[in-house]
Ligand binder design. Structure first.
Ligand code: FEO
Length: 396
């Protein structure tokens, strides 16, 4: 239980989940996470913005008790996913006067997911306002950050944007405001890669929609509050832009050392050409680290041995994830080894349908690499260099 004050009448009343290590049974959380909920006390009405994951409902209810909250008029639901909406039924039970304030799409999802009665809702439209007396909430529809129904809530008098998943980070800290900007930047980039990147164009549209609003603080529902919002706003502009970096990401697996040798040779060859290389051995990789690096790399090179005529299953999993996350990489290819044959390149390329990449020359080696294979890898490095130069990534 911990209540933290953003400013007069605005409190953080959500929960920290320090020990959580996996989200959606998929995404590693090295720094835990938080489910932030915010209580706003106006001169006439009280609003709760979002709730918490049901696993942490006692934290929220105890925080409201500790603040001696006797009545809640409005529960703002920015997003229907249960890590934010899951305790709305308990809030309605404890505070029977409360109405759930959300948009039509979110209302339908909350009825489906949580069986909240229809007469409990107050439906709002884009840019609608709701007065709490001396404080005014404004609702802005921001679809696909993270689901189609997502919206953000703006507290006009205090210029605080309650953004729910948008601008979030899976990062648990006892400090309310961002202090360690380097650490938070990395957590937020990991979060962007895993949650927002598949909807990059939608995110750009939402950033554009918010650009004329005066924002002094961004209070997301995961991670810390940004009291210098330009940190995360500038980062989002960078991550969502069409520009890529002079980097090659190499997710790979090696079973008997041949693919390992091929990958290591290509790393050296690219490094000699002043290209930044980020290799990831998929057997030991935190896929969140891989996701961070594919946010802005120009090229992805997938390394795999052929196993039973196709790529190694760990490579299949990583390629499937990369395809789902839709990074803005411009080039891709496949390197690896085989014993007698298979159609690995076709299979991997077939799994990358969401990516708008130009395919470069694959390098497949029979057994352990020999001189001619090293020459092919040098040629591939030259090709990557030429492609990166064509995008003017190398400067000079
Ligand atoms: Fe944090 Fe999409 O829920």
């Amino acid at each position: 239980m911990a209540i933290q004050k953003l400013m007069s009448g605005v409190f953080s009343v959500g929960a920290k989940h320090w020990g959580r290590r996996l989200f959606d049974e998929l995404i590693p959380l090295p720094d835990g996470t938080t489910y932030n909920a915010y209580l706003i006390r106006g001169s006439e009405k009280t609003a709760l913005i979002d709730t918490v994951d049901p696993e942490k409902k006692s934290d929220l209810l105890e925080n409201l008790e500790a603040l001696k909250v006797k009545n809640i008029d409005y529960v703002i639901a920015n997003h229907a996913e249960q890590d934010h909406s899951g305790v709305i039924p308990e809030i309605l039970e404890k505070y029977p006067n409360a109405r759930v304030v959300t948009n039509e799409k979110c209302k339908k999802m909350l009825i489906d997911l949580l069986q909240i009665p229809e007469d409990k809702f107050l439906v709002v439209n884009d840019w609608d306002t709701l007065s709490l007396g001396d404080k005014t909430l404004q609702f802005i529809l921001t679809p696909w950050v993270h689901w189609p129904e997502t919206m953000v809530t703006y507290l006009r008098e205090d210029c605080i944007l309650f953004s729910c998943d948008f601008f979030g980070a899976h990062f648990a800290s006892s400090e309310l405001f961002v202090k360690n900007e380097v650490k938070v930047y990395e957590s937020a980039k990991r979060y962007y890669a895993e949650i927002m990147m598949p909807f990059r164009k939608k995110v750009i549209g939402n950033l554009e929609k918010l650009k004329d609003i005066e924002i002094d603080m961004i209070a997301p529902s995961h991670g810390q509050v940004y009291d210098k919002p330009e940190l995360i706003l500038d980062a989002y502009k960078d991550w969502t832009s069409d520009s890529v970096k002079n980097e090659v990401v190499i997710p790979y697996v090696s079973m008997h050392g041949s693919t390992q040798k091929i990958v290591e040779y290509l790393i050296d060859s690219l490094t000699e050409r002043n290209i930044v290389v980020k290799p990831f051995n998929l057997v030991v990789t935190d896929i969140g680290e891989l996701a961070i690096e594919i946010v802005d790399a120009a090229t992805i090179v997938i390394g795999s041995p052929i196993v039973l005529t196709g790529p190694h299953p760990a490579v299949v999993s990583a390629v499937s994830l990369a395809n789902a996350l839709r990074p803005k990489a411009r080039f891709a290819t496949v390197i690896g080894s085989y014993g007698w044959g298979g159609k690995m390149v076709d299979q991997i390329v077939g799994m990358l349908g969401n990516l708008k990449v130009e395919l470069l020359s694959p390098v497949l080696v029979k057994g352990y690499p020999k001189d001619a294979d090293y020459q092919s890898l040098d040629k591939l490095a030259d090709e990557i260099l030429e492609k990166h130069e064509s995008l003017k990534l190398l400067g000079g």
